[in-house]
Design a protein around this ligand. Sequence first.
Ligand code: HEC
Length: 119
Amino acid sequence: MKKLILVLLIVSIWGTPIIAGAMPEMAPPDPLDNGPGEIDVSSYPKEMQDIYNNIFKDKCSNCHVLARPIGASYTTADEWKKVIKKMMGKPGSGIDPMSAKKISEFLIYDSSVRKGGGK
Ligand code: HEC
């Protein structure tokens, strides 16, 4: 019984950071998070709609609301690639290279439509 208590104690002390380390890193709140949480993609090409609905919405809402990337001021391919690379590197991001590529294509296209950028 003493052994069990000891094991539980060790798990509770050491287990917390291990479990926390496996969880996606939570982003602190940002004023941008209060902006629109979705994009009207109804006029976008089908491929872009598919990336938005099946990849972007899924991968980019795990650690912060979708409003964060949607409200970001980035427009160029370079800027988006840099941000997505940073997000991929966050612990537990779950963003594979193929999804990252698709998401960057979507965000660059979306910037060209909504922000007149995307060069
Ligand atoms: C594993 C967790 C995680 C995932 C998944 C994630 N983010 Fe983030 N994101 C963060 C954290 C933490 C911050 C705040 C700290 C920072 O800026 O590095 C953040 C901040 C941001 C910011 C604002 C800061 C900046 O650099 O402009 C943008 C934009 C952003 N994320 C976009 C995205 C996009 C796009 C995706 C999907 C490809 C994504 N995030 C997926 C954790 C994540």
